[in-house]
Design a protein around this ligand. Sequence first.
Ligand code: SAM
Length: 239
Amino acid sequence: MHLSQLDMSYPITILTLFPEMFPGTLAHSIMKKAAEKELWNLTVINIRDFAEGNYKRVDDTPYGGGAGMVMKADVVAKAIRAAKKNQPNAPVIFMTPSGTPFKQAKAVELSKNKAGVILLCGHYEGIDERVLETEVDMEISIGDYVLSGGEIAAQVVVDAIIRNIQGVLGNDNTLSEESFDEDENGQKLLEYPHYTRPETWEGLEVPEVLRSGHHDNIKKWRKQKSLEKTKKVRPDILE
Ligand code: SAM
């Protein structure tokens, strides 16, 4: 293997209490091919390995009372510090519903940082705030709902980052006209509809303009459809 190939490999470390949930979806399709091409690599760290005593206790009851268990600061901090030994310059990102909503722009930004990312998955009620204050650089939510753990969220974030790395998608143009990309006016729009063969399916025809071969008209039609869709389902992203 050439050093240049190694240099290109985007490093990702996952910190989790459930390492068996990885690589999960990331072992398939585009992510699998990209890992085989060494465009990215995954390290999974079991947070429990840093717990002490016979019971390897990773959580405890919350101060102030209330439901659920809280992951312990000392155990989580040791796991984060172990990950940082291999990736000292990577941001440590905690997956949490109370984090900043994850957007395409953040996925693109993170994909450009060769240091990669360290993703911390919570479970139960969450993690002792003190370790978040001292060891975590960023908190990310994948949506306004509560999952049982950060593992699915982390896989979402990894997929969204990796597909922006050069060489991951067969055709790099695939990236330039997707939902949430900015058009030539800096406007973010949802993507236009797609069609493929057959021309007529159950009485429904592919729009004539797409069969015309007239590139300017196709471009205009797609822009119009993008605008209509965005106005209808996501008026909040239209300026
Ligand atoms: N008590 C927390 C709250 O109300 O914000 C929810 C904890 S949740 C049951 C357990 C873990 O799942 C969280 O620590 C986080 O890592 C992960 N998680 C849940 N929903 C998430 C979301 N929308 N985005 C990212 N991570 C999420």
